[in-house]
Design a protein around this ligand. Sequence first.
Ligand SMILES: *Cc1c(COP(=O)(O)O)cnc(C)c1O
Length: 411
Amino acid sequence: MSAAKATPQLSSATAPPHSATVMGTYGRQNVVFERGEGSWLIATDGARYLDFGSGVAVNALGHAHPKLIAALTAQAGKLWHTSNLYRVAGQEQLAQRLGEVTFAERVFFCNSGAEACEGAIKIARRAHFVAGRPERVRVITFEGAFHGRTLTALSAAGNAKYLEGFGPPAEGFDHVPFLDLEAVEQAIGPETAAIMLEPIQGEGGVHVATPDALRALRALCDKHGLYLVLDEVQCGIGRTGKLFAHEWADITPDIMAIAKGIGGGFPVGAILATASVSEGMTPGTHGSTFGGNPLAMSVANAVLDTVLEPGFLDAVQQRTLRLKQGLAELQDNFPDIMVETRGQGLLAGLKVKPPAADVVKAAMNEKLLLVGAADNTVRILPPLNVSDEEIADALARLSRAFAALAKSGAT
Ligand SMILES: *Cc1c(COP(=O)(O)O)cnc(C)c1O
């Protein structure tokens, strides 16, 4: 034991590019960032990176946004945490405001996307239970989905690679091909409780559910007495140019999980629901120690203030057009690298020919940060308040990265 515990003596040539004691669950890039300014991240060596990954759609307003700093520091000087044994003013305020701009009549606050997704599943099952339909526990989910890394969220998504070695998956999920309406209808049985999906699959490779598909799923839920559960953890909070992606389809879900962007970098998750589906969620049925604490709520309220400012979402749609146009040009110039551009709003996915990881690396060499996804796709997720100049700059960097890849014979 003592030998195993001894500090390994590694020369700089053999040292791993990152900590040996942080558990190795991520393939990390060998860079440490010290501070951020808007769309930029500054590394410890002073290098400036254009951040078009936004911490995977989390830094919705970029880094060090003055309003978020003001909200957090003002709250930090007053009160951090009380637990949910007491009323929390920031929760009541945020829940009310979310209710005013969405379908939601009840909101539960938690800390992450996975927690929001699991809670959403619990609410759907519980609603059937209290309505005298305890057998309705199964949830129809879609191949390519991602709902987080807890065991039930992994079981919901059903990605075998992520479940390997972690014991029996949680029961109660029926996986069908993404948006295959016939398969959905066939999967519906007397035990079905809900249909759950991301309006845009992010981790799965930026696959967009069309408005028609979302409307058809809503109709199927209504026909069969099921709840529609949307996971807008990645595509919500203005990412598509509307506050929530499902608004493009003119439908509303019964339950929705959100996280990522709502905290602007502070860990916040939430479950939005109708009043009727929430009836069974009585004292003691669900909880979260940290969920909705005053610090988190101060930041989330400030994020919502900004995203709801008149013109903000219109500006996101304008920026989307610029990005789309630039990506179309890139695709014309580099047909051997780019296969397809997918996505909606500032959640763009480039399906590429070289390994996606090589494209992320080549962009990083140009000091442009992007995020990989499944289906050999690279995600472009700039802050929602990115400037036109920064979009042009990112496209120029991407063009140089593609040129370098083409030159190296990567295609
Ligand atoms: C990131 C993500 C999650 C999981 O969120 P965590 O905060 O990592 O638990 C769930 N669903 C979607 C769509 C996501 O993008």
